[in-house]
Design a protein around this ligand. Structure first.
Ligand code: COA
Length: 260
């Protein structure tokens, strides 16, 4: 399928999705959101893809936010629908069922920070900047920022970022747990690919259930979460990958996983 705002490339079971509006710092317009939603719906059932990397075109920005020009006509009802629409796209990314790594190559502001938050792992280039500057425009984050940022970095730091609108640089993002790793810009692509390749080399049956189990930890209490973990652990034990993984270890050979 041809995309107007995205570049989509799959090699070795890893799909790289590049937001491609570099002249607008990859700001998320309606087309980009629509195309992202359609793409992630397709990736869910794409048997050729086991992991996804999301990044931005150019050297300056991951995504500099929602396209501000498209905000001006919103009112109470259409604003609510606008936010819900963006939330649905980011939920499709979070719930893809396959690992999604954000390769943050510059500004990740507003919807860009929220896009990174919807991914499962974030790796930042040294020049990355993360922020929720919506209050500067008279609004609040609407694509999950108030919820996912607070869950990831804690309420106090999320409050500070959202109430002041001030961005944090890559090292501060690392310090507060907003990103997993910071690397020189020239190494970003390769670092993300190496991590994706490592994940893809494991038994995908377990990878998918691990994603699910960790995700549940953000939405439930410890007792219920542990119950879900035990059930999913049991499900893993019924998989071919589990039999292969344990047999391969005992036979001192590399496992050949089938993802089932
Ligand atoms: N929506 C629409 N257009 C945007 C945009 C956004 N969120 N962010 C950047 N752009 C556009 C600019 O309007 C400019 O377009 P133009 O060349 O047609 O005038 C182009 O991208 C380059 O941006 P510019 O502001 O000239 O780059 P800069 O290096 O001076 O500043 C930023 C970079 C990121 C600090 C600045 O663009 C910015 O503050 N963007 C808005 C961030 C934001 O508030 N995001 C949350 C939105 S809810």
């Amino acid at each position: 399928m041809e995309y107007r705002t995205l570049i989509v490339e799959t090699t070795d079971r890893v799909c790289t999705v590049t937001l491609n509006r570099p002249d607008k710092l990859n700001a998320l317009n309606i087309s980009a959101k629509k195309e992202l939603g359609e793409l992630f719906e397709k990736l869910k059932s794409d048997a050729a893809v086991d992991a996804v990397i999301v990044t931005g075109a150019g050297e300056k920005a991951f995504v500099a936010g929602t396209d501000i020009g498209e905000l001006t006509s919103l009112d109470k009802e259409s604003g609510k629908q606008f936010a819900a629409g963006g939330q649905a796209v980011f939920a499709a990314i979070e719930n893809l069922g396959k690992p999604v790594i954000a390769a943050v190559n510059g500004y990740a502001l507003g919807g860009g920070c929220e896009l990174a938050l919807a991914c499962h792992i974030r790796i930042a280039a040294e020049n990355a900047k993360f922020g929720q500057p919506e209050v500067n425009l008279g609004v609040i984050p609407g694509y999950g920022g108030t919820q996912r940022l607070a869950r990831l970095v804690g309420e106090g730091k999320a409050m500070e970022m959202i109430l002041t609108g001030d961005p944090v640089d890559a090292l501060e993002a690392l310090r507060i747990g907003l990103v997993n790793k910071v690397v020189p810009p020239a190494e970003l692509k390769n670092t993300c690919r190496e991590m994706a390749k490592k994940i893809v080399s494991k038994g995908q049956f377990a990878i998918r259930l691990a994603l699910k189990a960790v995700h549940v930890s953000q939405e439930t209490n410890l007792t219920d979460g542990l119950e879900v973990e035990a059930s999913l652990f049991g499900l893993c034990c019924s998989s071919e990958d589990f039999k292969e993984g344990t047999a391969a270890f005992l036979e001192k050979r590399k496992p050949v996983f089938k993802g089932r």
